[in-house]
Design a protein around this ligand. Structure first.
Ligand SMILES: N=c1c2ncn([C@@H]3O[C@H](COP(=O)(O)OP(=O)(O)OP(=O)(O)O)[C@@H](O)[C@H]3O)c2ncn1[C@@H]1O[C@H](COP(=O)(O)O)[C@@H](O)[C@H]1O
Length: 134
């Protein structure tokens, strides 16, 4: 799977400078990170709804769309697939499985807790006023 995500990532990088009239990826670049984030969030919600509805074929299709939009956001944020694989390996080495680190301080070695000011700021995604573009 990582091979096909890496190929998709390279295709996304190559499409950045194409004509936004003909390339969806170039259009997303032109509209910026907030539009990319909105598309990613929409696809994630679609996957979740399809799973709740028990539509596994739709989950598969929407998951592919979700991964495409994730690679676009990675590319925009300067994150490479190998950066993500490295983080997954680090978690696997630490926990034996590539899952999110536990929040409970009981399960982790003691580290300085982040101050409130270092938390991620809340940002607004692009509004839903505009209709979906194709
Ligand atoms: N692999 C993909 C890919 N996978 C999924 N998508 C998505 O394909 C969906 C389009 O299908 P739909 O029109 O059914 O989706 P939609 O949700 O109704 O429409 P949108 O509002 O998302 O536009 C969108 O959600 C895209 O985000 C992709 N779009 C592009 N690519 C690849 O990205 C590369 C660059 O392509 P261009 O962006 O066309 O230059 C090429 O290698 C393409 O194959």
């Amino acid at each position: 799977m990582s091979d096909s995500l890496e190929r998709l990532y390279l295709a996304v990088l190559a499409a950045r400078d194409l004509d936004p009239e003909t390339s969806r990826t170039a259009r997303l670049y032109q509209r910026g990170p907030s539009k990319m984030a909105k598309k990613l969030a929409e696809e994630a919600i679609e996957v979740a709804i399809d799973a709740v509805n028990g539509d596994s074929q739709a989950v598969i299709r929407e998951s592919a769309d979700l991964l495409y939009n994730l690679t676009v956001l990675w590319a925009s944020a300067g994150v490479r697939p190998e950066d993500v694989w490295r983080e997954m390996s680090r978690r696997e080495d630490m926990l034996g499985i590539a899952e999110k680190l536990p929040k409970s301080p009981m399960k982790l070695p003691k580290v300085a807790s982040p101050s409130i000011s270092s938390r991620r700021p809340i940002v607004a995604l692009e509004g839903r006023a505009a209709r979906k573009r194709h």
